[in-house]
Write a protein that binds this ligand. Structure first.
Ligand SMILES: Nc1nc2c(ncn2[C@@H]2O[C@H](COP(=O)(O)OP(=O)(O)O)[C@@H](O)[C@H]2O)c(=O)[nH]1
Ligand SMILES: [Mg+2]
Length: 477
């Protein structure tokens, strides 16, 4: 049964329906900016559900293959069907969702402020979610409450029904209580009206700068269903893994890698990708493949192109495992630790597992001082850009599902082929795919054989240039 307060609100929206289209149109700059931001993270093939869709204006401007909207106001739904015939509409209370489908993306845009019981709505979302569903909650930033009240008082803004004014952590907590974890949040927008140049400057630039980005009016919270806990035997049966080992002048490390990689998951495939070596790395790889043929599934290949990034991409293409891992051939990331990466992704702790060298103290010569300073700088910088704590960007080991990598590779033109090392390419791609990125600390070791292939100054400049480019593509578009 719909609670009494709900009926009152329903009446309010029914009455409002007639003026809704006009009102949305007048405020289209503000509303479109919300669709635009959500669209950045939505794949065009996704199925979308909007809860509290009104006439469906947001759904109409959002990417997606099939779109469904529910709203408890019959008048809103009726008008929506007339305006947007390509959207599937249902008159339905958010507290009692009876749809039979699971959606890739569920959006609640500026509705939680007027729901009498937000938690009971969030609980409903489980019915229409699968493991990889993304929930996007948009809402006013609570810091703006006095200004919005003032705007309503002065008649600049439409008077809305009494708002809940939930803070970001209130919303995250309500999501958590309902079975969802929020893994990323962001804010933007200082001027919700279009004033040529000024709006662009304030909204696209200033509101996205550090510190200012806490104050934006529009707030976005990204959440996903909390993964179920899994018994150890389930975990070990869940995925097969491909470990890609890029190698240039690593002859003395090749066999150690095989000896030290532990057993985990359903099965392991090891892929060596050699390129541009001046020592006998390739011969060693061939010999090791033969020597371990009885016990290990080893593929070997040589790259035509240059650089680690190119080698990793070649290995990823050839991989047949469910999970893709990179292991640097210099074994500075201990191969024994790969099982931690497996557990993290198989348990669903994260969807992109980022190795981190900067948590544990390092072996004395593992990283040169200037590299350490550089790495700390990039860590701060990336935490800002990617809106998640990213302690290290350049650790050799990064892990993701092959199915996600395929989407990342298909979308590579968005960032362009700009990264010779491949680390940023993967991190940015994962951000754009809206994956949950998590750090996994490892103990970074000294190289036992050979020399680094990286030249600090030349590559440092390339990294800076890539960061600038990414800042533009991720933050200030
Ligand atoms: N196939 C291939 N592997 C490379 C190339 N450049 C570097 N690597 C490998 O990529 C990994 C990381 O390189 P490394 O020289 O250790 O860089 P650092 O860890 O930043 O000092 C190592 O396993 C290298 O052997 C390349 O051009 N081709
Ligand atoms: Mg190295």
């Amino acid at each position: 049964m719909t609670p009494y307060s709900n009926l009152e609100i329903q009446k309010y929206w029914d009455n409002f329906s007639e003026r809704w289209a006009k009102y949305r149109k007048r405020r289209s700059y503000y509303w479109n900016s919300i669709s635009k931001y959500c669209n950045y993270f939505i794949h065009p093939n996704s199925s979308i559900l909007e809860v509290g869709c009104g006439h469906g204006d947001l759904l109409n401007t959002i990417k997606g293959k099939d779109k469904t909207g529910i709203d408890f106001s019959a008048k809103m739904i009726e008008a929506g069907r007339g305006r947007f015939p390509h959207i599937e509409f249902h008159q339905m209370a958010a507290e009692d969702i009876t749809l039979q489908k699971q959606y890739d993306v569920i959006i609640l845009s500026n509705i939680i402020g007027v729901l009498p019981d937000v938690q009971s709505v969030f609980v409903q979302l489980s019915k229409v979610s699968h493991d990889k569903t993304r929930v996007i909650v948009t809402y006013y930033n609570r810091m703006w409450e006095p200004f919005i009240r003032l705007a309503e008082f002065m008649g600049i803004k439409r008077k809305s029904p009494k708002q809940n004014w939930l803070s970001c952590s209130d919303i995250q907590n309500l999501l958590y209580l309902s079975g969802f974890e929020s893994y990323k949040e962001s804010r933007n927008m200082f001027l919700p009206y279009y004033v040529p140049l000024l709006s662009t400057f304030l909204n696209r630039f200033v509101s996205r700068l550090p510190l200012f980005n806490r104050m934006g009016l529009s707030q976005f919270i990204f959440a996903r269903p909390i993964p179920e806990t899994m018994a150890t035997h389930q975990l070990s049966q869940k995925y097969s893994t491909s470990i890609i080992i890029p190698a240039r002048n690593e002859s003395g490390n090749i066999e150690d890698a095989i000896r030290r990689i532990p057993q985990f998951g359903k099965s392991i495939e090891i892929i060596y990708v050699e390129g541009n070596s001046t020592d006998d790395t390739w011969e060693t790889i061939q010999a090791v493949q033969k020597k371990y043929a009885h016990s290990h599934n080893i593929k070997i290949m040589q790259q035509e192109g240059k650089g680690k990034g190119d080698a990793v991409r070649k290995g990823f293409e050839a991989a047949s495992g469910d999970i893709l891992m990179i292991l640097d051939a210099d074994l500075t990331v201990p191969p024994e630790d790969l099982s931690k990466f497996y557990n993290a992704i198989a348990m669903g702790k994260g969807e992109f597992i980022n190795g981190v060298r900067l948590v544990y103290p390092m072996e004395k010569n593992a990283m040169r001082p200037l590299n350490t300073v550089g790495n700390h700088f990039f860590s701060k910088f990336f935490t800002y850009i990617l809106e998640r704590p990213i302690k290290d960007t350049l650790c050799g080991t990064k892990v993701m599902l092959k199915s996600d990598y395929e989407k990342l590779a298909a979308n590579r033109k968005f960032f362009g082929e700009f990264d010779p090392f491949g680390d940023f390419d993967l991190l940015f791609g994962a951000y754009k795919l809206n994956l949950k990125i998590i750090d996994l600390p490892i103990r970074y070791r000294e190289r036992k054989y050979g020399d680094t292939n990286i030249s600090r100054f030349r590559h440092g400049v390339i990294l800076l240039r890539m960061s600038m480019f990414a800042t533009y593509k991720i933050k200030f578009w």
